[in-house]
Design a protein around this ligand. Structure first.
Ligand SMILES: Nc1ncnc2c1ncn2[C@@H]1O[C@H](COP(=O)(O)OP(=O)(O)OP(=O)(O)O)[C@@H](O)[C@H]1O
Ligand SMILES: [Mg+2]
Length: 337
């Protein structure tokens, strides 16, 4: 087996507005990779840069955003210099996506079957398309695939539509699936089913899954590794067990204060004390320091993201010095939003 990761993001920079050095750097030197059959979670508060990271990977950053640097390798090929045509060919086949709101991913005026057929046609897979479509609708648990293929989006429940979007994301058997908050519009029982389904379908095919969420419960349920984003940067990355048992960044520990206890696997993001930083102002030192109970004189310098033990990286001076943060936060649910 080759050890080239399916997705390798290196020093990615995406900005909105302004000339060099101005505007908002929504994604600031972000690096991570995802291997075959692996699920990487990206977690962080609202505005931390999760969706812009996903959109940058697919080269779908809306204007006035632009990618200003870095590499995005899909199966060893850097996507950033490719032509629009070449990148379009890769969307869907090499890399599928599932976004938050199924209604924006589906066209209201065409049947589900037609839209799935279109995804196949776009990649030259017209042959046996009805069979493929019905098979993939069955694969996401649709009770009557033939009937559902003939339905229109508004005739389905939210849970069914989201399953259709997942089927669409997977229909061309991509090696990478990017899911950005794929279940927030759904009720908790359906959320769990949809997540389990996505995990099953990707692991059966040995695909890589990049799972973006606010929700540490979703991370606990789905992921092998976790990258935590704060103010456009990755501040910690580690195997999921390490994150939950021995987080080495104060921000991650703040996120964990409400999770997980097995009984509440899908509870929402806790609110941390203090405000997220104003992204339009230049940063000085550690971006988390104004909210950090461990901040000291060292934190006026900006820390790098460094490996503090094998496979575990932290962007925190305290962690890098090997100092303790005290016991890991309890799973209290009293500050859940
Ligand atoms: N269209 C846009 N125009 C200008 N700035 C934008 C735009 N989209 C995103 N940004 C900037 O990028 C930052 C990151 O946004 P992003 O959507 O990636 O956050 P997120 O982590 O996905 O948040 P959420 O959890 O709410 O989805 C925002 O704080 C904002 O400053
Ligand atoms: Mg988002």
């Amino acid at each position: 087996m080759s050890d080239v990761p399916v997705l390798k993001v290196e020093e990615l920079i995406t900005r909105f507005g302004g000339g060099p050095g101005q505007g908002v750097t929504a994604v600031d030197h972000v690096s991570f990779s995802v291997g075959r059959g692996e699920t990487l979670g990206i977690v962080g508060e609202s505005g931390s840069g999760k969706s812009v990271t996903a959109m940058s990977i697919l080269r779908l950053v809306p204007r006035p955003g632009r990618i200003d640097g870095g590499r995005v390798e899909l199966n060893g090929v850097d996507l950033l210099p490719l032509s629009e045509d070449e990148i379009r060919k890769r969307r869907g086949t090499e890399c599928g996506m599932v976004f938050q709101n199924p209604m924006t991913a589906l066209n209201p005026v065409f049947s589900i079957g037609w839209q799935m057929g279109e995804a196949l046609r776009a990649h030259g897979r017209e042959r046996n398309s009805s069979q493929i479509i019905e098979g993939s609708l069955a694969g996401v648990g649709m009770p009557d695939p033939q009937r559902q293929a003939n339905s229109f989006p508004h005739q389905m429940s939210g849970g069914m539509r989201q399953r259709v979007v997942i089927a669409l994301g997977l229909i061309n058997e991509p090696q990478l699936l990017i899911a950005d908050e794929p279940t927030t519009a759904l009720d908790v029982t359906i959320q769990a089913q949809v997540l389990d389904l996505m995990k099953k379908l990707t692991s059966e095919k040995g695909a890589a899954l990049l799972m973006i969420t606010h929700n540490m419960g979703v991370i606990a349920r789905m992921c092998d590794r976790v990258a935590v984003m704060y103010a456009g940067e990755v501040v910690e990355e580690a195997p999921v067990d390490e994150i939950f048992s021995n987080a080495r960044h104060p921000y991650t520990r703040g996120l964990l204060r409400s999770v997980p206890d097995g009984a509440r696997p899908l509870q929402k993001m806790p609110t941390l004390p203090g405000e997220p930083p104003d992204m339009s102002r230049p940063f000085d030192g550690c971006r988390f320091r104004a909210r950090c109970e461990f901040a000291d004189h060292r934190c006026s310098a900006h820390p790098d993201l460094l490996e503090i033990r094998p496979g575990h990286r932290s962007r925190c001076w305290v962690a890098q010095a090997g100092e303790e943060f005290g016991p890991q936060p309890d799973s209290e649910a009293d500050n859940v939003v």
